[in-house]
Design a protein around this ligand. Structure first.
Ligand code: C5P
Length: 325
């Protein structure tokens, strides 16, 4: 027995979908996607703190979860939090592979830097960081090699569609539920203004609205292919990328949140090259020619549209990684 002490910490970044094509709903309730992800500099940190009681067998290895946030929004602090499930699942995987040992129960501490319920994969980033931290902790406790990014992928995919990408980071083409990934070439650094909304938007509700709009025969195709995004990224041409940004969920998000139209208009009037709803929204992201413009757009949109806040980020950023020291 010992006093509570940290055993591992990791960070993971949020994401932007530079391109999001959505197929019809599948039998499992998910939609096939063709998407291009870019990880961004906004990140969450997850710390595992060992408590002085121990666990074995069916008892949960998680003692509790603490969320510290400077960003507004509701984050569950119980077993419904993806980070909590991530730790339970990886402990189960180690036990299945290496047998039972007594482990201390852990408290999960989450420091939020990624907008909450914003279509930027904040919950998924917490899960990815929790997997990386727990992999380090468990590999030491068991004295075995860590699973590493490759070994963690199936655990990540089981937790949610965006978890594999935030685990891997950088820039990737995603198919299936968005969890079958191929790394893409990307040159340069891109500057984004990010405008978050106080009021969240449910991802399943946005996908459902898109299905309804399609059933009513609204032609929402407009798909101009991921190849234009790929070309723009490979050449590092920000204007080209601005012309290639595309989100098929955007009409559904705007139908549920018409107020976001004004956010998009103001951002473009303030000098952004292009603005789109990020993933299922309600966060809107604006690609800008430089950091100064991104700061100006973030500030001006937040000032002009009530209930929003602006910040600036860069992309691409890396994947989930241990915090050492
Ligand atoms: O996997 P995740 O929990 O992030 O997805 C949340 C919800 O978003 C799913 O339950 C589903 O309704 C919707 N979704 C979808 N198709 C995807 C990803 C998510 O329909 N490819």
């Amino acid at each position: 027995m010992s006093a509570p002490h940290p055993v591992a910490a990791a960070a993971a970044h949020g994401k932007i979908n530079l391109f999001l094509g959505v197929g019809p709903v599948r039998e499992d309730g998910y939609h096939d996607l063709a998407t291009v992800f870019q990880a961004i500099s906004a990140r969450d940190e997850v710390r595992l703190v060992a408590e002085d009681d121990e666990t074995a067998g069916d008892q949960s290895p998680v003692a509790g979860l603490l969320v510290r946030q400077t960003v507004p929004g509701e984050v569950p602090a119980d077993a419904t939090n993806l980070a909590w499930r991530a730790v339970e699942n990886i402990v189960r995987a180690y036990r299945a592979r290496h047998g039972e040992i007594l482990l201390p129960r852990v408290t999960i501490e989450v420091d939020k830097g990624i907008p909450v319920a914003g279509g930027m994969a904040g919950g998924s980033a917490d899960a990815a960081a929790a997997l990386v931290a727990a992999d380090h902790w468990l590999s030491q406790a068991y004295a075995v090699p860590a699973l590493g990014p490759h070994g963690l992928h199936p655990l990540a995919a089981a937790l949610g569609a965006d978890v594999p990408f935030v685990l891997q980071g950088n820039t990737a083409y995603g198919t299936g539920r968005g969890d079958e990934l191929v790394t893409m070439l990307s040159r340069g650094t891109y500057h984004w203004a990010v405008v978050t909304s106080k009021e969240g938007l449910s991802t399943p509700a946005v996908f459902r609205r898109l299905d309804e709009m399609r059933e009513r025969g609204q032609n929402l195709a407009g798909d101009h292919g991921t190849h234009r995004v790929a070309e723009a990224l490979a050449s590092g041409d920000v204007d080209k990328l601005a012309g290639a940004l595309h989100n098929e969920l955007q009409p559904a998000a705007l139908s549920l949140r018409p107020d976001l139209r004004k956010v998009l208009q103001v951002g473009q009037a303030e000098g952004a090259l292009a603005g789109i709803v990020s993933g299922s929204g309600p966060t809107c992201v604006f690609l800008c020619p430089d950091a100064g413009t991104a700061a100006q757009v973030a500030q001006a949109v937040a000032a002009d549209t009530p209930g929003t806040a602006g910040t600036q980020v860069t992309g691409p950023a890396g994947g989930a990684g241990l915090i050492t020291g």
